[in-house]
Design a protein around this ligand. Sequence first.
Ligand code: BG6
Length: 491
Amino acid sequence: MSKFPKNFLWGGATAADQYEGAYNKDGKTLSSADILPLAGNGRKWALSHPLAAAKKDYGFYPSRTSIDGYTHWKEDLELFAEMGFTVYRMSVSWPRIFPKANMDKPNELGLKYYDNVIRTARKLGMEIILTIDHFDTPFWATKKYNGWVNRKMIKEYLKLAKTLFNRYKKEVKYWITFNEINALLNYPFFAGGIDISKCDNPLEARYQAAHNQLVASAEAVTMGHKINPNFQIGSMIAGVVNYPNTPNPEDALSAQQTTKKSYFFPDVQARGYYPRYAQKFFDKKNLKINFEKGDKAKLFNGKVDFVSFSYYSSSDVSTDPKIKTKKNAGNFSITSSKNDGGTVTWDADNTVINPYLKTSSWGWAIDPIGLRYLLNDIYDRYQKPIMIVENGIGEYDVLNKDNHIHDKYRISYMKDHIKQMALALDDGVDLRGYTMWGPIDIIANSTGEMSKRYGFIYVDRDDNGNGTNKRIKKDSFNWYKKVIASHGEEI
Ligand code: BG6
C-alpha cells in the first residue's frame, strides 16, 4: 500500500458561521446563517422563506453565538498545533469584513480578527486553506439583491476576494472560492443567500446564481494569480457518489445523471467552459441563463489549480417506484436528530437506503470505499491535484463521569477513510491533503444542533446554547496526533 508523502497536509476544517459567534461584535452584521433557528423550531421553513423568517422572533439562533471561537481562537489553534496539524482550513465571515452593500473600504476591526488567527496559525506551523465564501452570504445581500440570482453579487464578492488576497498574500497559499458550490442547487439560501420563495422560476434562479458564482470564481482565480502567482486556488463540491441500486440500466443512468448535476460545477471551474450536457439541459428545461459578453473568456482564463471536495457518505439511486420513498440521508438530504422532531430534507434524486452500509445516528451512510471511488472518479475526470477538505462523522458524544469522551466510533470512521485514501494514492490519485471536519465541535450546518459533534475536542455547550464553552480533549485527539506524527502509518 502507498505511503502518504512526507509533505502531505494533515489537519482540520471549520467555517466562520459555525465557529465564531460574535454575530454583532466589532461592526459585523447578520449573515444568512444568523437568521436561522434550530431544526425542529422552523429551520426548514426559514431556509426557503428567509425574508419572512427574518421578521419572526425565534428566540434562539445557534450561529449567533456558535462556540465563541471569536474569543477562544488562540486556545483552539494551540490545540490543533498540539495534534500536529500542518494545515487548517477556515473561512471568513463576509459580513464581518463588508457589513454593508457597496462599501468602498472593508471593516478593519473584522479583519483584525483574521489577522490574528491567520498569523498565529502560521506561527504554529500550519498552512491555511482559506475559503472565501463558506455558506456565509451577508443577509444584506438577500435583502438588496436576493443573493446570487443577481449578477451584482459578482462585484461584491470580488471586493471581498481582493481584500483577502492582498491582505494575506504572504501568509495564505491555498484558497477555495466557494464552499460546496454544487449545494446551490439544493440549498439556495445557504449557498447563495437566495429567498427561493421569491423566484418566479426557481430552477432558472438556481442556475442563474450558479452561473454568477462560476463567473465570480473564475474572476477571483485570475485576480488571485495576478496578486501572487504562487497561490493555489481551488474549486470545491460536496462530494457525491451515486451507486445504482440494481444492475437495471435505468438505475445506472439515473445515478449517472444525478452525479452530473454536481460535476457540472467543477467541469466549468477545472476545464474553463460549460459542458455540452449543461446547455442541452437548459434548452430542454427552457431555462434562460443570462451570459454576458466576456463570460466565456473569464471562465476559460480562470481555471482552478486544484479540485477539492467534502465527503461524508454515499447515495444509492433507484428508479423502482416501490422503494423510492425510502429516502437516503446525507448532506444533500439531511435529517435532523431523531429526538428534536424537525427534519430538514433536500431533494436528492431517487435516493434510497443502501442495505450494505451502516449509518450514523443522523442516518448518513458510512462508506469509506466510496471515498476511494470518488477520489478515482474526480482524478480521472480532471487530472488535477486533489484535496479532501471535509470528512468526518457527526455523533452524540457522552462526557463520562471521569470527564472523558471515549469516541471509538469516530476513530473507527476516520481510520477506515484514511485507509481508503492510502489505497487511492496507490491507485495513482494525486491527493495532497486532508482536512477533516470539524476538529473541534461546532454547530451543525444543516440543523444548527450542537449535539451533532464531529470534533477531536469537545465543547461544553448544548443545542440551546447553554454551557461554559470549555474545551475537552476526546480519545480521538491523541489518536489523530499519532496519525499525523507517523505520516499516516499508525492508524
Ligand atoms: C458540509 C458543509 O455540507 O457538511 C459544512 O460544508 C457542514 O458546513 C458539514 O457542517 C456537515 O454537515 P452538518 O449539517 O452535519 O454540520
